[in-house]
Design a binder for this molecule. Structure first.
Ligand SMILES: *Cc1c(COP(=O)(O)O)cnc(C)c1O
Length: 433
């Protein structure tokens, strides 16, 4: 197996993989880098496929099955796994026709153990935390990171400390953090405030930070793309579309494709399109204006998972857009809400942030995205995370509140519940039986 180290993304300065460190001495982001050596890619592809039917817990995990491509652990006995990954790729004919494209499929990361792609990253980072001997792990969260961290920390026998913006995270996610036993602190502030606070807390020796500034999270999330390629018999799609919040996921996808190409697993790479909500689009603004530095915004969107105004991994994400010749996109609240209902009509639930993908593909079809492209969109979270949003939408009573102003989001595909007396005749009449 290869040698692993931490590397600063600009200067290239390296640090030991055993250091508890989240930035370089000069404040740059870090990535996990490897000296992979040469690989028998054909044999490894076969091995990855065979492991799918093995009973070894490492092989059953949709992350650790690909361990040769994330070789940063000193000992496999420290791995903390909940059989994460193993998520399906769905065809989606109604969504494709809504967007006006021919070949669209969804890889549904919401079907992970805690209901979001955060599990792919969390198994990696909590395993590393265990290897480093950490007793307490901490994160700021818009909800899914805390749900996932709480579960993996409990599996590992660690204390979990979660900092969340009060009243701004979806009920399902809060419920999970409480249920998995995390100490849950609700602050009077937004995600960006919570992020600032946990970085301060993480200066304590005994505390390990599990936000996506933690480079091991991104190593786990790389396997989302590796698994996708495996499922497609290594046929590379033309484009991958992914929502962007703190920009860890999109960064990890780019890293996966870069390494897979350098190692000879694939010859071409897909373009990556990163989608943000209109009210939380600092990366899109930067990309559109070709600016050199990210300008933070005060974020607002009902897609709370991507309600982030000052994303940590913007430099990595910009590098990915450049490397993959990708693009950034922005969608409105109404476009997100309607797209979510269309994905639902394909029999596939997802949370609002995930539906930004379909909304963007519809906007860009014929104008940035070729209608014939083979597109894989990533559904990042489970529909049951935020049922109130869905019920409000279908009752045509979905509102966004921003700076004291309430704005209705009109639901083009509302499927309202119908109130009737307990009388079969009346129900028959209503539904035309
Ligand atoms: C965390 C999350 C995102 C945003 O991912 P980043 O890596 O922060 O860009 C999008 N959707 C869902 C459901 C999430 O939980």
């Amino acid at each position: 197996m290869g040698k692993a180290f931490l590397r600063a993304i600009e200067s290239g300065k390296t640090y030991s993989i055993d250091e508890k460190r989240f930035e370089s001495d000069s404040g740059e982001l870090l990535e996990v880098a490897y000296e992979f050596g040469s690989m028998d890619t054909k044999a490894l592809k076969e091995k990855f496929a065979q492991r799918g039917s093995s009973q070894n817990p490492l092989d059953k995990s949709g992350v650790w099955r690909f361990r040769e491509l994330i070789p940063f652990m000193r000992s496999e006995t420290n791995v903390v796994s909940l059989s994460e990954g193993n998520t399906p790729i769905y065809s989606a004919p109604k969504s494709a026709s809504y967007a006006g494209v021919k070949k669209l499929s969804f890889k549904h990361q919401g079907l992970n153990p805690t209901g979001s792609f955060k599990d792919n990253g969390m198994t990696a980072a909590v395993s590393k935390a265990k290897e480093l001997g950490s007793k307490t792990v901490v994160c700021a969260s818009t909800g899914n990171t805390s749900a996932s961290m709480a579960a993996y920390a409990s599996r590992a026998g660690m204390n979990a400390l979660v900092i969340i913006p009060s009243g701004q995270i979806a009920m399902g996610k809060l419920a999970q953090a409480l249920d998995y036993g995390a100490k849950t602190i609700q602050i009077d502030g937004d995600f960006d405030d919570a992020m600032r606070i946990v970085q301060e807390l993480a200066e304590e020796k005994s505390v390990y930070l599990l936000n996506s500034i933690n480079p091991f999270r991104l190593e786990g999330q790389k396997t989302i793309m590796i698994e996708m390629l495996c499922q497609r018999n290594w046929k590379v799609p033309d484009r991958v579309v992914v929502p962007g919040g703190n920009l860890g996921n999109s960064s990890s996808f780019g890293k996966a494709f870069k390494e897979l190409r350098e190692l000879g697993f694939i010859e071409t790479i897909p373009k990556i399109t990163i989608v943000q909500a209109e009210g939380a689009a600092p990366l899109y603004n930067m990309w559109k204006n070709k600016s050199k530095k990210l300008e933070p915004v005060k974020a607002h969107t009902l897609a709370t998972a991507i309600k982030i105004g000052n994303p940590v991994s913007w430099q990595k994400a910009m590098n990915v857009l450049e490397y993959t010749k990708g693009s950034a996109a922005v969608v409105s609240e109404k476009e997100i809400a309607d797209a979510k209902a269309i994905i639902g009509s394909d029999g596939i639930g997802c949370e609002p942030a995930s539906a930004t993908t379909l909304a963007a593909i519809k906007n860009l079809a014929g104008n940035g995205i070729d209608e014939g492209e083979d597109i894989v969109a990533i559904l990042t979270g489970n529909s049951l995370k935020d049922p109130q949003y869905t019920v409000d939408y279908h009752s045509d009573s979905l509102f966004e509140e921003f700076e004291g102003k309430k704005k209705k989001i009109s639901a083009a595909y509302a499927n309202k519940p119908i109130q009737l007396p307990a009388d079969a005749k009346k129900i028959k009449h209503e539904v035309g039986l």
